[in-house]
Design a binder for this molecule. Structure first.
Ligand SMILES: Cc1ncc(COP(=O)(O)O)c(C=O)c1O
Length: 414
């Protein structure tokens, strides 16, 4: 047996629901101020550089001062100075104690599950989750690690969440609003259920972002983020992060990230820091545009259903108003006639781009049935609201009249 080295192998994180740890930096400052200042002050951190913007430090190793003093970061597999600034800023924006980045949002989820679950454990979630998350839950982890996932029957009912939790449950996972059906889950109610079993609640805050929803303030314990989407805003960065108690983020860093080398690279971290400076402004404009587009679509005779939390017709409109400050930048809608109709509309767009991501400054459409959620069974898709005619729209920062005109001319082809 090797002696366990405390610095490199952390003790596994143990969740304590009675102990909420405060954010480390900037929690007394407003959101926009934190998005500009958290994690980096030119005068504090790099006196000799006096740079106005955070530096990109591409070094993957950090020399020892002497034999006994271990530098930190020590090696680029676990942390670099630029990723460190980004991690502090993300933690400050979500109001969490600490963060650890990952090569993508999907990898952040993988690292989290791999770190906290052991063979025989289970995780409770619903079918309202993104496609790659569903694949990890339905196939990768059950088949390769014997970690099972339980999809609750009725995610609107706290009793349904309660029913699936047992002594082997390690975490409850909620994505709200969900991709692509924009289902809204009651964060506070599910947090209460999870905590009554001494289990942490993880909320995927990718579609809303901290600019319009703060799950940690509503009782959640852990945040999953895809940075690839609104946070980095222009499909130029692939990245993800987990925000939460530092014992957890360091457990992930030293017991998983360390072995797979999966933190965000310095240049991508730096790009994200630049984008975060305008997150609040962008989410305001995304939300205003999406609201107008949703209202237009909901009046259109060729459309069966529009999913958008900012519409009064959304089944969880009141709940969305309670836990979000705006509707966000994504909606989805169902055209009559299934896949052939979706194909006609999507191939007729002149401005809107057909691509697999969301949260970009340009408006993007995507067909979940054939792209992201094709691995779900038909029964699961029916339950998750993924109709064959469902089109996901990530509404960009263009003039809303131009987006609406493009939708109008494409829908006229049906
Ligand atoms: C809600 C949500 N979370 C996480 C992810 C994973 O992010 P990434 O694409 O960065 O792996 C996605 C991707 O679509 C997503 O939609």
């Amino acid at each position: 047996m090797h002696e366990k080295k405390q610095f490199f192998i952390r003790d596994p994180w143990a969740f304590d629901p009675s102990f909420k740890k405060p954010a480390k930096t900037g929690d007394s400052l407003g959101f926009e101020t934190r998005s500009l200042h958290a994690g980096f002050r030119p005068s504090d951190d790099l006196e000799h550089l006096r740079a106005f913007v955070p530096p990109i430090v591409p070094s993957m190793t950090y020399p020892y001062k002497n034999f006994d003093e271990i530098p930190y970061p020590v090696y680029g597999r676990t942390k670099t100075p630029t990723a460190d600034i980004l991690e502090q800023r993300l933690a400050a924006l979500e109001g969490g104690q600490a963060a650890v980045t990952a090569g993508s949002g999907s990898q952040a989820l993988f690292n989290l599950i791999f770190t906290i679950a052991r063979p025989g454990d289970n995780i409770v979630t619903s079918l309202n989750i993104f496609g790659e998350g569903y694949k990890q839950a339905a196939s990768i982890f059950p088949e390769r690690c014997n970690v099972q996932f339980r999809f609750v029957e009725n995610p609107s009912d706290p009793r349904s969440w309660d029913k699936e939790i047992d002594s082997k449950t390690r975490m409850v996972w909620v994505e709200t609003p969900s991709n692509p059906a924009l289902f809204v889950t009651d964060i506070q109610a599910v947090a209460d259920v999870a905590h009554s079993h001494k289990i942490p609640l993880m909320v995927d805050n990718t579609t809303a972002t901290a600019a319009i929803q703060r799950p940690l303030e509503l009782g959640a314990d852990i945040i999953l983020l895809s940075i690839t989407k609104f946070l980095a805003g222009n499909a130029t960065v692939l990245g993800g992060a987990i925000v939460g108690p530092e014992d957890l983020t360091e457990d992930i860093r030293w017991n998983t990230t360390e072995f797979v080398g999966a933190i965000m690279q310095p240049f991508d971290s730096w790009m994200t820091l630049q984008y975060l400076e305008t997150l609040s402004l962008r989410m305001e404009k995304h939300s205003a545009n999406t609201q107008k587009v949703a209202e237009f679509l909901s009046q259109h005779p060729k459309i069966k259903l529009v999913n958008y939390p900012g519409l009064k017709t959304h089944p969880q409109y009141e709940l969305a108003k309670k836990q979000m400050t705006a509707g966000g930048g994504m909606l989805s809608f169902v055209v009559d006639g299934g896949i052939p109709s979706a194909r006609t509309v999507m191939d007729s767009f002149k401005l809107i781009i057909h691509a697999v991501t969301f949260g970009t400054s340009r408006t993007i459409c995507m067909h979940p049935r054939s792209i992201t959620h094709e691995h779900m069974t038909q029964a699961e898709r029916d339950k998750a609201g993924i109709d064959d005619g469902l089109i996901r729209l990530s509404v960009g920062l263009e003039c809303s009249e131009d987006i609406i005109a493009d939708l109008d001319q494409a829908l006229a082809k049906l």
